[in-house]
Design a protein around this ligand. Structure first.
Ligand SMILES: Cc1ncc(COP(=O)(O)O)c(C=O)c1O
Length: 272
């Protein structure tokens, strides 16, 4: 499963527990934007944390997973995967888009860096495209990460870890990632996101209640052969939730993280 990528400016591989929703190029761009790796390793099936341990090599520079995966809705055992990543001396990055901070706060479970697409539940109204990187400041960057611990040619030769201590990573992302790639959000879009976030809790509660009702209805419907939704009693993901989630729910969906299929044909990607 793992084939660490050749080294580069940031150094090597990122172990990806996310189903390849956007394909290799998107994954590679994501790795570069996070300023940690130049390329992704192949997908690792995230249901069993031990799969990450087996896939880690000397070239792995970070482990990446989703709290609740889009589109397959696997629920990540954040604490177990964080321990495996830390045993290997690499950080765990968690994409918390689908749970949102209302349902899960991955840093409290051991994640080092959390990313969100604010375009979805955080914004809540489809008005803006944006994202967030949250650095716990807890990961001890070593010389495995020369872009953080060695002099930065693009920034007057400073060593980010020396000058900024626990802020090293997020400052690097800001002053180099943001500068080089240019994804600076406008004040107006920031305003729209902040307004959206004010109602996050209320919207999430409604999403959860509505989606559970639809999922249970679909499960009772004889025409439906399978339904995937973490809050269903029948869901395989249920045992993982108390470890990863705060409220005991799975997630839900303006953007349809509820999946179902009929015997006449269903999106194969959801079952395989
Ligand atoms: C879990 C998750 N993270 C990130 C993204 C990317 O989001 P954006 O389109 O805002 O860049 C998506 C897109 O669907 C997603 O589902």
């Amino acid at each position: 499963m793992v084939g660490a990528a050749p080294g580069g400016e940031f150094g090597e591989g990122l172990l990806d527990g996310c189903y390849a929703l956007v394909g290799g190029r998107g994954a590679q761009a994501r790795a570069r934007l996070l300023c940690l790796a130049t390329a992704f390793c192949d997908y690792v099936e995230p249901d069993d944390p031990e799969n990450f341990r087996k896939a880690i090599t000397s070239k792995t520079r970070a482990v990446y997973g989703e709290t609740i995966a889009n589109p397959r809705m696997n629920v990540l055992d954040i604490a177990a995967v964080a321990k495996i990543a830390h045993d290997a001396g690499v950080p765990l990055i968690v994409d918390n888009t689908m749970a949102s901070p209302y349902l899960c706060r991955p840093i409290e479970h051991g994640a080092d860096i959390v990313v969100h697409s604010a375009t979805k539940f955080l914004g809540g109204h489809g008005t803006s495209i944006g994202g967030i990187i949250v650095d716990s400041g807890k990961f001890a960057w070593t010389d495995k990460y020369p872009a953080i611990t060695q002099p930065s040619p693009g920034y007057h030769g400073i060593k980010f870890s020396e000058v900024f201590g626990p802020l090293a990573y997020i400052i690097k992302v800001r002053v180099e990632g943001l500068r080089d790639f240019g994804p600076c959000i406008s004040p107006f879009n920031s305003f729209l996101f902040i307004q959206g976030i004010e109602t996050l809790g209320m919207r999430m509660d409604r999403h959860l209640a509505n989606t559970l009702a639809v999922a249970e209805w679909l499960e009772r419907n004889p025409l439906v052969t399978w339904v995937k939704y973490p809050s269903l009693k029948s869901s395989r993901a249920r045992p993982a939730r108390p470890r990863s989630g705060r409220s005991g729910h799975g997630l839900t969906p303006r953007r349809s993280p509820l999946w179902s299929g009929t015997s006449g044909g269903c999106p194969r990607t959801c079952e395989s």
